[in-house]
Design a protein around this ligand. Structure first.
Ligand SMILES: [Zn+2]
Length: 246
């Protein structure tokens, strides 16, 4: 069976990039005005759910990010973990109801699809396809602009993981502009990470997990105005992947 083709590889300087995985292929920049896709990941593990239940953490849902995107009329693509969607159906409905936003999968349980991926517990290979399918099943009832895009938890993948999820016929969409907003308390640094690495055809990764990425909404206005001031059109991943007439 043909392997799904990862659209953008994880930054090899930041993330594990096992040998034997498909080589890095940067998305060719489309003709015309330069375009960039802002993407936002959510994650939710059982440990995070326990922190919510115990009251140790107040929220893993960053409403401020959605507010700012809507205020500035900025399209975006959301890679949502199934367990996050189940915990935050109201915010998921709000995202799905906006035609500028599209929905994609960030797995169901946000477990690792490789043996070592940060602190994430590993998902057995034989459960990988089912986990991806389950995440799309959780998203489907919310309607809106559904996709078959999938992003690996932690950005970690290898050839075995790609083979395991091939039966789901999803399209793997990684990223090549890392905002580094997770556990980052400096909105200006987050903004600079994005603007410094901006390029035509780029895919930015940020998070909407409030407690684990507390300053994303504060960085967002300068990211959006900075990219637009540099001539970038902000688009969804689907739009970025659609070739434009020359
Ligand atoms: Zn993640």
């Amino acid at each position: 069976m043909a392997l799904p083709d990862p659209i953008v590889p994880p930054d090899p300087t930041r993330l594990p990039y096992p040998t034997g995985s498909p080589g890095p292929t940067r998305l060719p920049g489309p003709a015309g005005s330069p375009r960039i896709a802002l993407t936002f990941d959510s994650n939710m593990t059982d440990a995070m759910l326990a922190r919510l239940t115990s009251g140790k953490v107040k929220s893993y849902a960053n409403v401020g990010v959605i507010d700012e995107l809507q205020r500035s009329h900025t399209p975006a693509t959301f890679f949502l973990a199934g367990k996050w969607v189940e915990r935050y159906p109201g915010l998921t409905h709000r995202i799905a109801a906006d035609p500028s936003f599209e929905l994609a999968s960030h797995s169901y349980a946000h477990l690792a699809f490789t043996t070592h991926c940060y602190h994430l517990g590993a998902l057995p290979t034989e459960q990988m396809a089912a986990d991806v399918e389950r995440s799309f099943r959780v998203l489907a009832p919310f309607g809106g602009r559904q996709t078959r895009y999938f992003r690996f938890p932690g950005g970690c993948y290898d050839a075995r993981a790609l083979r395991a999820i091939a039966p789901t016929h999803c399209t793997v969409v990684q990223y090549d502009i890392v905002g580094d907003d997770a556990f980052n308390n400096d909105p200006r640094a987050i903004t600079n990470n994005v603007l410094r690495n901006a390029h035509n055809g780029g895919i930015v990764v940020l998070h909407i997990t409030q407690a684990n990425a507390p300053r994303t909404a504060d960085a967002l206005p300068a990211i959006i105005t900075g990219l637009r001031a540099r001539g970038y059109q902000l688009v969804t991943v689907s739009e970025l992947l659609t070739p434009r007439p020359q």
